[in-house]
Design a protein around this ligand. Structure first.
Ligand code: ADP
Ligand code: MG
Length: 236
């Protein structure tokens, strides 16, 4: 991990679980301000307590902050951004309201599955995974019917943008998931182009297992006074 003095500290407020010892904020999902419908879905999923990254990130995202979340693989980052993202969706508005960028087809499908489970008791939310390798025509049909949450790999999202089949004028939330992997795979230019087509008053969150200077540069350019939450050890 690279963290240079003076480059990050003036713009990012860091919140770390090692800075605040003793008492965790809460052990329950309900105290995080999560709706009854999503709490019910969480019970179905068998989650008993929020993981540390969920405990720290969910309230900040609810409050509208741009967030950088760093925690190891397998620590529940999907629900950390997925729950507050779903809470923010207006079921009556059929435009794309949330865009989640993910590095691979497999992760895109996994995120879509977890979000669909979390959203099962909230009516009128359509979630669509889009990735290369799947016939694009099938994605056109789904998009025409109205989708509020798009999860996609940057390449296929760019493809839809160029064809005019994905428009981000109504996007309120953008999530860059597994940002380290996306940058390693060379998606930086695509990510920047995609972000530039979304409204500037959007909320932008970024999740990653590791931090690096290129990620921090991305956050500097595309996030507003982000709060950094970092889990330094694995707890699940
Ligand atoms: P990450 O993105 O950090 O690698 P995931 O979001 O994929 O991790 O979560 C890893 C696994 O943990 C998934 O199977 C997920 O359903 C599960 N999980 C997430 N949050 C909780 C929780 N609060 N309690 C129990 N299991 C959880
Ligand atoms: Mg993940």
């Amino acid at each position: 991990m690279i963290r240079r003095r003076g480059t990050v500290s003036d713009t990012i407020e860091k919140i770390s679980n090692t800075d605040t010892p003793a008492e965790p904020v809460t052990n329950a999902f309900e105290a995080l301000g999560i709706s009854k419908e999503i709490q019910r879905a969480i019970v179905d999923l068998g989650f008993e307590e929020p993981t540390p990254i969920q405990q720290m990130a969910i309230p900040l995202i609810h409050q509208g902050f741009d967030v950088i979340g760093q925690a190891q693989t397998g620590t529940g980052k999907t629900a950390a951004f997925g729950i507050p993202t779903l809470e923010k969706i207006d079921p009556l508005d059929k435009h794309v309201q949330a865009l989640i960028l993910s590095p691979t087809r497999e992760l895109t499908i996994q995120i879509a599955e977890e979000l669909s489970k979390l959203a099962r008791y909230r009516r009128g939310i359509a979630i669509l995974p889009i990735y290369g390798g799947q016939p694009i025509e099938r994605q056109f049909d789904a998009l025409r019917r109205g989708v509020q949450v798009v999860i996609g790999t940057p390449g296929r999202v760019m493809d839809h943008m160029r064809r005019g089949t994905l428009v981000f004028d109504h996007v309120k939330t953008v999530v860059l998931d597994e940002a380290d992997e996306m940058l390693d795979m060379g998606f930086r230019d695509d990510i920047e182009l995609i972000l530039k087509t979304t409204p500037s008053d959007r909320q932008t969150t970024l999740f990653s297992a590791t931090m690096s200077q290129p990620i921090l540069e991305l956050t500097k350019r595309f996030q507003k006074s982000p709060k950094m939450v970092k889990v330094t050890h694995k707890e699940l």
